[in-house]
Design a protein around this ligand. Structure first.
Ligand code: BGC
Length: 442
């Protein structure tokens, strides 16, 4: 992640430092956190498609899956099976709420979160690869699920090696101790510039004793609040987690064998990671709005095509009537996933970190995270049941959502590239045709 990026620009100033053991440890821990989140996203779909897992835990789903005359779209429709995937995100809502209080003084959120998205995609890719390897082993699902313990263990052990952050010490009035830790982390003596920056940020956020109240009641916080949370709502309603969670199940629904469906999933997740690298490189060059609109258009077009193909070729019962269709759908899913990975994926996290005033930034960001978790839960919990009821129509629903979010990006989202947080209101919100009404006219 941030290893090697040692001249940190803050408020226009460059903060010097060396790559110390502490910096490396913190970077590893943050990286492993991203990988673990990705692994958890990617692992459940493959596991739920494994026969040995279904036999042990969901024998009725196993039986439905192999019943010749069962409705193709309903083979995996089971609330408990979906809860196996979705429950993680309910837990995530509570954890992120706690984090919103702990992280009020952490200022480099924006820089880190696009790298974090990349790590999530690598974690998802690793999970699909593990699923592919374990699927032929006896009780392979045990290894797949057990694999999640590896990053968790690294986090646990790593946490013994890192110091309390200077920001949290400074916030509690322990300035000297904070400076000592800062010197150790940076590996240099002259940390005054950074210390002053942290002190300033701490003072700003300390001014607001009830950040959530401030966020919800002050009218000038309304535009970033609405945009930040809607971005995450839309991010999930691109339908991305239909693919991330249920791609193996989806490929099996189209008649692919166990192995082929897991290979296809590795391919789509590989595309996801690669396209995210592209986003990391390009997002500051072409701007946020361009990618949001382009991504939504690309996803909408592929979803309409997938919906139409399923409508024509995947009938209620019996195998798919064209052998080329699963391959074409795989290619379309790759195009769809790349559209997400260079747009709403990273930007759904990046933009909310750029648009709030410093005082309410963490609580505002929490609202975006909470929206992500709630919607991820909803998609995880209901997609397979919705697929059973609405069949190919579900893909048209997501296509319509992509049209709506593209229009939202065009008309309601200001371009945030290169605008310092401090100037966001003056340079963007106050000049926006719709959002300007939330600011008192002087
Ligand atoms: C989303 C996840 C999704 C992942 C896919 C993230 O930005 O929040 O829900 O699974 O991207 O790469």
């Amino acid at each position: 992640m941030a290893v090697g990026v040692m001249d940190i620009e803050e408020g226009g100033a460059s903060l010097p430092g060396k790559t110390t053991f502490q910096v490396v440890m913190c970077s590893i821990i943050a990286a492993v956190g991203g990988l673990m989140f990705g692994y958890d996203i990617g692992i459940s779909g493959g596991v739920t498609s494994m026969d040995t897992f279904l036999l042990d835990f969901f024998p009725h789903v196993y039986e439905k899956k192999h019943r010749v005359h069962e409705n193709n779209y309903c083979k995996f429709d089971d609330q408990l099976l979906q809860l196996f995937t979705s429950s993680l995100y309910l837990a995530g809502i509570f954890a992120s709420f706690a984090a919103s209080f702990l992280c009020r003084r952490s200022r480099h959120v924006d820089r880190l979160n696009i790298a974090f998205q990349l790590l999530i995609t690598v974690g998802i890719l690793a999970a699909s690869f593990v699923n592919y390897l374990t699927s032929t082993m006896k009780n392979g699902w045990r290894y797949s699920l057990g694999g999640a313990a590896v990053p968790a263990l690294i986090l646990l052990i790593g946490s013994f090696f890192i110091h309390e952050t200077p920001a949290s010490l400074i916030e509690r009035g322990k300035d000297e101790e904070g400076k000592k830790v800062l010197r150790k982390i940076r590996g240099i003596d002259n940390i005054e510039l950074e210390f002053n920056e942290i002190k300033r940020a701490t003072e700003i956020s300390n001014k607001v004793k009830t950040p959530f109240k401030e966020l919800f009641t002050k009218s000038e916080n309304r535009p970033p609040l609405v945009c930040g949370t809607l971005l995450q709502f839309f991010q999930q309603f691109t339908g991305i987690n239909v693919v991330m969670f249920y791609a193996p199940v989806l490929f099996q629904t189209m008649g692919s064998g166990n192995n082929a469906s897991l290979v296809s999933t590795v391919v789509t997740n590989g595309v996801n990671a690669l396209a995210t690298v592209f986003a990391v490189i390009m997002v500051d060059r072409l701007g946020r709005k361009f990618f949001l609109v382009e991504g939504a258009t690309q996803m909408m077009a592929t979803q309409i095509t997938i919906g139409a193909l399923l409508l024509k070729y995947l009938h209620l019962v019996g195998p798919i009537t064209s052998h080329a269709v699963p391959l074409i759908v795989l290619i379309l899913i790759c195009i769809y996933v790349s559209g997400f990975a260079w747009s709403w994926g990273p930007l759904g996290w990046l933009i909310p970190s750029e648009i709030y005033q410093l005082e309410v930034r963490t609580s505002g960001y929490f609202c975006a995270v909470a929206m992500n978790m709630v919607c991820t839960f909803v998609i995880g919990q209901f997609f397979l049941s919705a697929l059973c009821r609405f069949r190919s129509g579900l893909f048209f629903f997501f296509a319509v959502m992509n049209v709506i979010m593209g229009l939202f990006a065009i008309f309601f989202l200001p371009e945030t590239r290169g605008v310092p947080i401090e100037d966001m209101a003056e340079q963007r919100w106050k000049k926006h045709w719709h959002w300007k009404k939330y600011f008192k006219q002087n």
